[in-house]
Design a protein around this ligand. Structure first.
Ligand code: ATP
Ligand code: MG
Length: 716
């Protein structure tokens, strides 16, 4: 016990050991909020104040939830598996699985991820003959989700003009369709769970009595509905222990409300507001940069972070000529750091938008640096994986139209778009699922769809008694997916991914042991939709961590690279166009990024960048100007006439065609030399008087390193 509390400062100790009261721990980045929350759970359990089943802890990402359970098992000998620790979505899913009947859901209800949701909206628009230019599908998804996040059903949505009236009607159709198919989208998990608890008094009582302690990490990012859900659960005397930092609220676009913090402070926490001001994570210069940035935001709850760690190193700033140049800089630095003993898992590359990762990935890959991307192209979102999952989903719930449409004609079975439209019309008329309406199709199409139905029925029987991994394997094989990808040009990768899915099923069984309600397959499919992007191949390998700034919330690394600090990208145009609120949200995001670093921070930008197929000419982010110059070590001067190149050998020339070489020459450029003839520039080294270029003259001459000053190369 004394061990548990030994490493806490007085304020942390006070927070951890509070009696059962509502409390708010309001504190800046790296001040130990998550540590306090985890330690409090351990303390409550180990002092016998509550059993492991009497508390609920919620956080924002699956990664954070895992981290929490891992830390907890290190602190107290407790079986964390049965405990209610998870994300809002995960916990709501768990509750709905346990009470699916009361919630009006089929036992094996499936979760629509955002791509599935978009597909369903598109399909419905078509069925209902609604103009998708006037009512863009993405915008409708947003409309629906935003309403759900406010706790509003279509029946309660306000239709203040005819345009909105139409959107509300569509929302109602969408709800009906989801109910018909027995599927729920992400926002629905929460709303459905909230409504269930609200309506069903005995159930509500049960959970209110059970959860005496409700602990919430990253409280600043809760939205209205999540807050209402917490209030409902705590309505029977349970105590809410919330930790958060208003300066790190970065989910406004998903309805997060910092106002919840003020409200909680006023209505609940009362005298139990504890501020933690000592930062244990970052060295002084990093913290000073973070403080300097965030002080430009108005309307903050205000705190004063300090560290005893000393100034540490200056922040390294690099201005690259292009995104390629930036990627090369980052990767070269990383190679050097690792050579000097840094652990790759302690190095993070952060970016504002996932599209930025590709260039850096390419560079890492070329230079053989193992890396792992969180988010971005997600494993469970790959085409072949979604196809396999769709077959599996149909086994558990044939009414899942989204899954049906995904694979009814994949691999091709001669079922045309026309037949599917007829089938959809029939299903719509009889208010049944496509699967059930299939019998109504006649002729050739009828036969083909009939064969598909028989395939699914056959698969269900054949796999009924198989363990999960074998079931997955059997379905991939028998559905024709393997055969299909074997003949496809780029099929090898996809086949490997399908193998990886079988591995994922196997390790899922190992990890989870006994499977919850609905059986192994349902639990596995739930994991696939809830944890998309967090299961990449090569788990356990020492790898550099790559992720968006959003995904980095709550995490920490010894060394952090923040890339793409350009106006329009970070801060992002979309937010800046929204005015002050948008810019302040971006600044909080930058604050989150900076405060991830423990010892060393790099910030970089590029003068040109290829994004979405276009070259952008960029100016450095205004956030760079908000960091005092005294904290910076500029690795090159702005708009330097010559680039700073490392001295590493360049093996491929073509990848650097955008980078100017010394003397106005470019890598990849053809040049003539009086003696050696015509050649191509392959690499460059050094600068100014020391600049050298490597030229491949081909033939008998081959590669030559030439001092630029004497060689007299002429571009041709
Ligand atoms: P964020 O706002 O980024 O989520 P946080 O406030 O949750 O940060 P933690 O992640 O809990 O901060 O803590 C930051 C780091 O400081 C961790 O490595 C943690 O172990 C360490 N730390 C926290 N408190 C102490 C302490 N009293 N003594 C030593 N180290 C501490
Ligand atoms: Mg934290």
């Amino acid at each position: 016990m004394s061990d548990l509390l030994a490493n806490l400062n007085p304020e942390q100790l006070q927070a951890v050991t509070l009696p059962p009261v509502h409390a708010l721990i309001l504190a800046g980045a790296g001040s130990g909020k998550t540590r306090v929350l985890t330690t409090r759970i351990a303390w409550l359990i180990s002092t016998g104040q509550v059993g492991p089943h009497g508390l609920l802890a919620v956080t924002f990402t699956n990664k954070a939830a895992k981290e929490m359970t891992a830390r907890l098992s290190a602190l107290v000998p407790v079986n964390v598996r049965g405990m209610w620790i998870g994300t809002f979505h995960g916990l709501c899913n768990r509750l709905l699985r346990a009470h699916y009947r009361e919630a009006g859901l089929p036992q094996a209800f499936q979760i629509l991820d955002s791509a599935d949701q978009l597909a369903m909206v598109k399909r419905l628009l078509k069925n209902l003959n609604i103009d998708d230019e006037k009512y863009p599908p993405r915008e409708l998804c947003h409309f629906i989700n935003a309403h759900k996040e406010q706790g509003l059903r279509a029946a309660q949505a306000e239709a203040y003009d005819s345009f909105t009236q139409k959107r509300v009607e569509f929302y109602a159709e969408y709800e009906a369709q989801c109910n018909r198919e027995g599927v729920v989208d992400f926002a629905e998990l929460l709303l459905r769970c909230y409504e269930l608890l609200q309506r069903n008094e005995p159930l509500r009582r049960h959970y209110q009595d059970r959860f005496r302690h409700i602990l919430v990490d990253e409280f600043q990012d809760t939205n209205r509905l999540q807050y209402a859900w917490l209030q409902l659960l705590a309505g029977g005397g349970g105590k809410v222990f919330a930790v958060g930092d208003d300066d790190q609220s970065i989910y406004r676009f998903r309805g997060a409300e910092v106002g919840n913090m003020r409200e909680f402070e006023r209505d609940y926490a009362g005298d139990n507001i504890i501020r933690l001001e000592q930062n244990y994570r970052s060295h002084g210069n990093i913290l000073a940069a973070a403080n300097a940035l965030i002080k430009n935001n108005q309307d903050r709850l205000g705190k004063n972070l300090w560290t005893a760690a000393g100034d540490g190193e200056p922040i390294r700033a690099f201005e690259a000529y292009s995104d390629l140049d930036e990627a090369r800089f980052v990767v070269d630095e990383i190679r050097e750091l690792v050579r000097d003993g840094a652990s790759p898992t302690q190095i993070a590359i952060l970016y504002r938008s996932n599209a930025q990762s590709r260039v850096i990935e390419n560079e890492l890959f070329t230079k053989n640096v193992p890396y792992k991307v969180y988010g971005g192209l997600r494993f469970f979102e790959r085409q072949e994986i979604k196809h396999a999952l769709a077959y599996l989903r149909l086994l558990t719930n044939p009414d899942d139209d989204t899954a049906f449409l995904r694979v009814v004609n994949f691999p091709t079975r001669g079922i045309g778009a026309r037949s599917l439209e007829n089938l959809q019309a029939a299903a719509h008329q009889t208010n049944s699922s496509l699967y059930n309406a299939a019998a109504s199709l006649t002729g050739k199409a009828g036969q083909a769809v009939g064969a598909f139905i028989r395939l699914i029925e056959g698969l269900r029987q054949e796999t009924a008694n198989l363990p999960l991994p074998e079931m997955v394997e059997h379905v991939i094989e028998r559905s024709g997916l393997t055969q299909h990808y074997r003949t496809e040009k780029e099929g090898q990768d996809r086949l490997e991914n399908l193998d990886e899915l079988i591995n994922a099923a196997a390790s899922f069984v190992d990890d989870e042991g006994a499977i919850g309600e609905g059986g192994a397959l349902v639990s596995f499919l739930t994991l696939a939709s809830l944890e998309a992007g967090e299961h990449q191949a090569g788990e356990g390998q020492e790898a550099v961590q790559m992720m968006s700034v959003h995904a980095a919330k709550g995490l920490e690394f010894d060394i952090v690279f923040i890339t793409g600090l350009e106006q329009g990208l970070f801060p992002h145009d979309n937010s800046v166009n929204e005015g002050r609120d948008g810019l302040e949200e971006e600044r909080r995001l930058m604050y989150v990024a900076v405060t991830r670093a423990r010892q060393r921070l790099y910030i970089s930008c590029a003068q040109t960048r290829m994004l979405h197929g276009q070259t952008r000419y960029c100016t450095p982010s205004s956030f760079l100007d908000e960091i005092p110059d005294t904290l910076l070590l500029r690795l090159n001067k702005r708009a330097a006439p010559e680039p700073v190149y490392g001295t590493g050998r360049r093996s491929t020339a073509t990848r650097y065609e955008e980078s100017p070489a010394p003397g106005g020459l470019r890598i990849g450029q053809t040049v003539a030399h009086a003696k050696f003839g015509v050649g191509v520039i392959v690499a460059t080294e050094g600068r100014g008087a020391d600049a050298r270029v490597q030229v491949n003259f081909g033939g008998g001459v081959g590669m030559k390193w030439l001092a630029l000053e004497y060689a007299k190369l002429t571009p041709c």
